[in-house]
Design a protein around this ligand. Structure first.
Ligand code: 26Q
Length: 768
């Protein structure tokens, strides 16, 4: 779909007239944003409708999270009208950049939710019929500010500027029933535009509403009236996204959300399927369902229930489910594997619970070792086990992660079903993470190898031969990106960073296993080393952090406070601030990431080996042309395979070593024997920083005391990290350093989400 400038202007103006009774002159940025978006929606209706009607087998991606970020620029890019929109607005004295104020759709926490968003875009671009099904949370992931260095959370009113990219589809509303509540599920559809290909897939987000009009009098009187109560509770289901990442919270409202999502989606899909006159037993020929971690796994007993309601027997229904469901695992952390109390679940969803019990009985009847194979044990339901038992394929998200699933986390299941387990290494969409956020770099690449790489990222290999000649341009563009980030950070964080510094970046959710603490301690090591004259000619470096901590995660919040205190100390010290700056940006989100990724020199991916399933930030930085400073964890392993280990900077204990180290690990000994580590760690308790709430003290305790002190081997890896980091920083600015950056960029092809979704389509969905 190509829209010329004139048509574009005219359609925007028509929407301005019809929806807002204003014109280009009088429209505010909000009206303009809605009009531009709606104009695009109108133009693309036919393609969207065609996608919905095609009879091909489709995959439904069930996910509690879709971290879409901002849609307007990405959609305009994919539709090929970014230029037209810019010019049309400029012609009437307006600026597309005003839309930088538009809120992100942050309906996800981090990696898992952003992955879902990248996959939708890539599938549309690859022409793969993939539709998303999720929840339309009224409030997305909280907005973060720092007050006195502490994280504060505010509600995320992502609909503030309106939601022109969604269309409410009342005709497809369904009823979702809980033991104590019946609600209406209303879908909002978002078009997912393929890149320059006229394909439009769909993201359907469900919103909960009361079935009956709100009975205000009944509610006011609250005479135990059931309808009034149901109405009151209905919207609550979709109120807010749970802000946890890689940790499970056993809240019943979360279970309600999960069931709401899958029940509505399955009813919707079955209704349409039956309307085509097809037989339910052949469902797998028209559909498959991808379960994004355990969060939507309750879809399995729900489909069992729905099929039997249609007259199917349990065994037949089981066979259909075992063919249609597939399960992706995103974490090996025990605290993130979902388990639900059997009593609580049976109270809320008695009929669904019966199906889970039936699965457990079926499993028992297979005469397997009960210690190894169970779904319910000691009145706890293990959602991952249910998913593995009733899925066609189970996949991990990077080679090392899939191997850990096979040999450790799901070892017994792997022995039972070796063919079920497959790997699909994660990927990112190069449209958002290069064409959109780094257009000058994209143009530089185009100038040498053409545009084929936009949808076939492997072609970046062809750029290798041009490295010597494009190196000056690469440096210039990276420099300009850094200038822009510097300006943005000065405005939003009030911290000045000299753009000629090396930008050493760690942005991701805050979690102890990701070891922001290790990075923080290394900064203190450099700080005192410089002050005491032990470290000479320190290469000027800006240490940039961005991360949200789950509001209930005490240690994570303490680490934020710690780093903010370090930032204050360093930035205000004239003895060091000529060569060091530290900034922790507030409210790190997709839009912030777009600005940071293209401006970074060093990408910190320093999780304890074996903990990070894959990571996808690492891929974004690689594509942006940075060197990874990391452990051999998650996709870092494959990044090194692709780009050469010599072009990245690897340190620390390996997965194979970790278990052995832990057996005899005593972090106190490491601290006692290492004066500089001790100096850095002691700042947590020696009064260097204010600690009215005793937060830092607790961090200190978690490093040295308790049942499992320093669980993530921060002290163990400290020296090897320092050595690697100092060496890498000292090479910053040399041609050799920039060559490494470029070699990484040229080798990023494997990490395109286009490759990932094609792997899913071929190995798992069996489509195309
Ligand atoms: C579960 C139950 C109740 C409330 C919240 C949750 C919950 C929510 C989100 C549990 C886990 C998550 C998110 C996990 C996640 O983002 N994992 C990341 O997935 C990425 C994509 O595969 C990987 O790259 C990362 O390595 C992995 O950490």
């Amino acid at each position: 779909m190509v829209i010329d400038d004139k048509t574009f202007s005219e359609s925007v103006e028509r929407v301005l007239h019809a929806d807002f009774a204003c014109d280009f002159e009088s429209a505010g940025p909000r009206e303009l944003y809605n009009a531009v978006s709606k104009a695009v929606m109108v133009q693309s209706f036919d393609a969207w409708n065609a996608g919905r009607k095609s009879g091909k087998k489709r995959c439904a991606y069930f996910s509690a999270e879709f971290l879409m970020g901002r849609s307007i620029f990405a959609n305009l890019l994919n539709l090929g009208c970014l230029g037209a929109a810019k010019r049309a607005l400029a012609a009437v004295g307006r600026d597309l950049n005003d839309f930088e104020e538009v809120e992100d759709a942050a309906l996800g926490n981090g990696g898992l939710g952003r992955l879902a968003a990248c996959y939708l875009e890539s599938a549309a671009t690859m022409g793969i019929p993939l539709d998303g099904y999720g929840i339309r949370y009224r409030y997305g992931l909280f907005r973060q500010t720092f007050v006195d260095g502490y994280q504060h959370e505010e509600g995320d009113d992502w609909l503030k500027w309106g939601d022109p990219w969604s269309v409410r589809a009342d005709r497809d509303a369904v009823i979702v029933e809980f033991a104590d509540q019946k609600v209406k599920a209303v879908p909002y559809d978002m078009p997912i535009f393929g890149y320059h290909n006229d394909v439009v897939n769909n993201l359907r987000l469900w919103s909960s509403e009361p079935i009956n009009e709100f009975d205000f009098n009944a509610f006011n009187e609250m005479k135990g009236d059931r309808t009034a109560l149901e109405n009151f509770n209905a919207t609550k289901i979709c109120d807010v996204l749970y802000p946890n990442d890689n940790t499970m919270v056993g809240k019943i409202l979360r279970l309600r959300q999960q069931y709401f999502l899958v029940s509505a989606s399955l009813q919707d899909i079955l209704r349409k399927y039956k309307a085509q006159g097809k037989k339910l037993k052949d469902l797998d020929k028209s559909y498959c369902f991808q379960l994004n971690d355990t969060h939507p796994v309750i879809a399995i007993p729900e489909l069992l229930r729905l099929l039997q309601k249609e007259g199917m027997g349990f065994e037949e229904a089981f066979a259909v489910c075992a063919k249609t469901f597939n399960f992706t695992n995103h974490t090996i952390m025990a605290e993130a594997l979902e388990k639900w109390d059997a009593l609580a679940l049976s109270d809320l969803l008695p009929d669904v619970y019966d199906q889970i019990v039936a699965c457990q009985h079926r499993l028992e009847s297979e005469g397997l070792d009960k210690e190894k194979y169970f779904i319910i044990r000691d009145n706890v339901i293990h959602m991952a086990n249910l998913a593995i038992y009733v899925s066609s394929k189970v996949n991990g998200v990077a080679e090392i992660h899939t191997n850990i699933l096979k040999t450790d986390v799901f070892k017994d299941w792997y022995e039972l079903y070796p063919k079920k387990f497959v790997n699909v290494t994660n990927g990112i969409t190069p449209r958002r993470w290069m064409l959109l956020n780094n257009p000058e770099m994209a143009a530089l690449i185009d100038s040498r190898i053409g545009e084929g790489w936009h949808t076939d990222l492997m072609q970046l290999r062809g750029l290798k031969q041009y490295i010597p000649e494009i190196l000056p341009d690469f440096k210039r563009i990276k420099g300009e990106n850094k200038q822009k980030l510097v300006a943005y950070i000065a405005e939003h964080e009030g911290v000045d960073i000299p753009p000629e510094f090396a930008f050493d970046v760690q942005v991701k959710r805050l979690h102890e296993y990701k070891r922001q603490m290790l990075n923080a301690l290394s900064i203190l090591y450099f700080y005192y080393g410089i002050k005491e004259g032990k470290i000479k000619d320190f290469p000027p470096t800006a240490f940039i952090f961005g991360a949200k901590a789950a509001p209930g995660y005490y240690n994570a919040k303490a680490i934020i406070k710690f780093i903010n205190e370090i930032s204050k100390l360093v930035n205000s010290d004239p003895e060091v601030n000529g060569v060091m700056r530290v900034v922790f940006v507030q409210n790190y989100n997709v839009s912030y990431a777009e600005k940071i990724v293209c401006a970074a020199d060093i990408s910190e991916q320093i999780s304890m080996a074996g903990m990070e399933a894959s990571g996808t930030g690492n891929m974004k930085f690689m594509l942006g042309g940075t060197v990874t400073l990391g452990t051999l964890d998650g996709a870092n392993v494959e990044i090194c395979e692709e780009a050469g280990r010599e072009n990245n900077c690897i340190f620390g204990a390996t997965v194979e070593e970790v278990a052995g180290i832990k057996q005899f690990y005593c972090p106190r000994e490491f601290i006692e024997q290492d004066e500089e580590l001790k100096r850095a760690v002691n700042t947590l308790i020696d009064g260097t920083f204010p600690d009215e709430e005793g937060m830092l003290k607790k961090l200190y305790d978690s490093l040295v005391d308790g049942h499992e002190p320093d669980r993530y081997l921060v002290c163990f890896d400290f020296r090897s990290y320092i050595r690697a980091k100092e060496g890498l920083l000292r090479s910053y600015g040399t041609d050799e350093f920039y060559e490494k950056c470029l070699l990484n960029m040229c080798a990023a092809g494997k990490f395109s989400a286009d490759r990932s979704v094609s792997d899913y389509a071929r190995l798992i969905w069996k489509i195309k």
